[in-house]
Design a protein around this ligand. Sequence first.
Ligand SMILES: Nc1ncnc2c1ncn2[C@@H]1O[C@H](COP(=O)(O)OP(=O)(O)OP(=O)(O)O)[C@@H](O)[C@H]1O
Length: 273
Amino acid sequence: MIEMQNKAQTPKNQSTEKKTEKVPNIYEVDDLNLWYGNDQALYEINMDIPQYQVTAIIGPSGCGKSTFLKTLNRMVEMVPIVKTTGAIRYGDQNIYEDKYRVEDLRTKVGMVFQKPNPFPKSVYDNVAYGPRIHGIKDKKTLDQIVEKSLKGAAIWDELKDRLDENAFGLSGGQQQRVCIARALAVEPDVILMDEPTSALDPISTAKVEELIQELKKDYSIVIVTHNMQQAARISDRTAFFLNGELVEYQETDQLFQNPEDKRTEDYITGRFG
Ligand SMILES: Nc1ncnc2c1ncn2[C@@H]1O[C@H](COP(=O)(O)OP(=O)(O)OP(=O)(O)O)[C@@H](O)[C@H]1O
């Protein structure tokens, strides 16, 4: 557990008191190891991820950032040669236990990828996709979900008159916010983001960063980023990975201003990576 200003004890959408309390964790990662075939990509990762905060994962290319992110929704298992040991607790359950239903996890954990990946469908159908899969057919309910999700992704005003247009016709920044709306539409608890702004221009990047700050009131966010300035701007806690190890995990200000590990210092001062 982490001592810091609490934003998490209150239910969603309620104002939060500023007081120092323990922040509950959304995930607790215990001794996680991961191999692709014989190659180990993650080593003994222990990490508590706090609820209703932004947790950034930084580190040089190939250090295991995306792999780690994809362990949090078990998407990493889509690679058949993957093997893991250890545990990731979500709530009171280990999501790597045989009996855990991965479908349950998928409704609670949304994911946004590096390149905007809308479906070749209308804006409306992109956002309504998840709810429809979950059996919602009523048009009025779907209309409400689409509006709420696009508002949540700060793109309703831009798109409310273009809901029938193909999402492929939108700008990259708009596409990415539609993808965020698509993730929000199934009302997840967590949003995993894998370099969500690396394909965007600076203005769209600023919009998505602003949006992330809004979203953390209602969602727990874990974001992989190559961009250290971005991690410093938007995250509450930052984890520095190197060669598959979690070298340092701190409150973001502390990690960037006063890192404990020499390797972290070398990385954030640009000595490698
Ligand atoms: N599908 C896969 N099959 C085999 N090895 C993989 C696979 N995906 C990743 N790896 C290996 O696992 C290690 C970690 O890769 P990962 O993509 O998680 O790193 P990363 O830090 O996200 O890198 P980048 O910043 O370049 O995206 C690398 O050595 C990579 O080659």
